[in-house]
Design a protein around this ligand. Structure first.
Ligand code: ADP
Ligand code: ASP
Ligand code: MG
Length: 407
């Protein structure tokens, strides 16, 4: 079998852990499998690199940011290759560019366009364990790009697709995908399986266990994806197409996201083309907009509010300042003290009353809903950030997610 494994930051957090991962790799290789291993930067290295940048400048520029951010993974791949070699196996480390990973030009949020994997295939054929830096690639002009925080998962799935791998295993610091973040909800339950669609929603809604684009790619190319704990040999969670068992569950999981900020525009003229101008300007800066609410029109003007990632807030405010006069709104506010809590479940589409149960659970805890949005398989609410964890616990209880019975 050809297996792609990915080890996250905590799994390679120190020398001891790198050696343990090398042992695990040796075990798989000695069973006769071919192995490509994608690695993240050690521990909190990426966070520290960002802090370091901030201590030098408040406007680093995204190209230079990527130059700094990509260094973390370069250290971990080389150390892991050395540790694997120490176990008598042949291994080679490769940066994104050496592995032929090409992306678009959007620094800090690049998307993989193609992988030219001849070199990786050659090294595999020569019997080596190939260890690839996650989270990075090369754009059309030969500059280093990064894929967005948590992007190593996407490197792994993209490599699994390009190489026609039989399996992609994501190793992290929890046993699999749970009904809620196990660090927040103590009685969260590990799911044996979850559908691509539900996992995609959870990932987009803040469950950081998988990078959303890794799930997107796995779904399109039907890659068998497994989330496992690098610290034990438990079976983990399989992400796959259908999920008969979980279908009877109205709600499969709860997610929360603290990386959310709201911008409100006042006195926006109520004319065709106004929303287009605002959101085109944001899209032009590669800023994703999530929820959008427009108030009822009074005297030919509206208020419009929308949410962006907190990490994009400053950039979005600069855009608002730039377009204010042209679009003709009188002013704007922002709030980064908010969070999004969501429930996700494939059974929701056919079960009325789920929203009411969610809103009741939050109301009983005096949690105010500032914005609401829904899709067929999810409901999300914007609430105050300091109530987010309480809300997650309340929703997990209300839908009985700890025991796994029908809800
Ligand atoms: P890695 O460094 O291995 O990529 P991440 O920190 O990116 O690890 O993702 C793993 C973390 O995701 C877990 O430690 C857990 O706290 C968090 N998490 C959030 N939601 C979930 C969930 N529904 N299931 C499992 N883990 C979750
Ligand atoms: N090291 C990067 C990050 O911390 C990528 C990853 O871990 O997936 O976001
Ligand atoms: Mg991650």
């Amino acid at each position: 079998m050809l297996i792609v494994q990915k080890y996250g930051g905590s799994s390679v957090g120190d020398a001891q852990r790198i050696k343990r991962v090398a042992e695990r790799i040796a075990g798989v290789k000695n069973e006769g499998h071919d192995l490509v291993v994608v690695v993240s930067a050690m521990g909190d290295t990426t966070d520290h690199l960002i802090e370091l940048v901030k201590s030098v400048t408040s406007s680093p520029g995204e190209r230079e940011m990527d130059m700094v951010l990509s260094t973390g993974e370069q250290v971990s791949i080389a150390l892991l290759a050395m540790a694997v070699k120490d176990r008598g196996l042949d291994a080679i480390s490769m940066t994104g560019s050496q592995a032929g990973i090409y992306t678009d030009g959007v620094h800090t949020k690049a998307r993989i366009r193609e992988i030219q994997c001849d070199r990786v295939k050659g090294e595999l054929a020569a019997g080596k364990v190939v260890i690839v830096a996650g989270f990075q690639g090369l754009n059309g002009t030969g500059d280093i790009t990064t894929l967005g925080r948590g992007g190593s998962d996407t490197t792994a799935v993209a490599l699994a697709i390009a190489l026609g791998a039989d399996l992609c295993e994501i190793y992290t610091d929890v046993d699999g995908v749970y009904t809620a973040d196990p660090r927040v909800v103590k009685n969260a339950r590990k799911l044996e399986t979850i559908s691509y669609d539900e996992m995609l929603e959870l990932a987009h809604l803040g469950a950081q266990v998988l990078h959303p684009r890794s799930v997107e790619l796995a779904k399109i190319y039907k890659i068998k994806l497994q989330v496992r704990n690098s610290f034990n040999h438990n079976p983990g969670t399989i992400v796959k197409e259908e999920n008969d068992m979980e279908k009877s569950m109205v709600v499969t999981g709860v997610a929360h996201d603290l990386n959310v900020a709201r911008i409100g525009l006042f006195d926006v003229p109520d004319r065709p083309g106004i929303a287009w101008k605002v959101f085109r300007a944001l899209a032009g800066e590669h800023i994703n907009v999530d929820m959008i609410i427009q108030s009822a029109m009074r005297n030919g003007i509206n208020d419009i509010s929308f949410t962006v990632a907190t990490t994009d807030l400053q950039k979005a405010l600069t855009v608002m300042e730039k377009i204010k006069d042209d679009v003709g709104f009188s002013g704007y506010t922002w709030d980064d003290g908010i969070a999004k809590v969501s429930i996700v479940g494939a059974g929701m589409a056919t079960n009325p009353g789920v929203a009411a149960r969610m809103f009741e659970a939050l109301a009983r805890r005096n949690i105010n809903l500032e914005m609401i949005s829904t899709s067929e398989i999810r409901i999300s609410c914007i609430i105050k950030a300091d109530q987010a964890l309480e809300a997650v616990g309340a929703l997990h209880d209300t839908f009985g997610l700890a025991d796994g019975a029908e809800n």
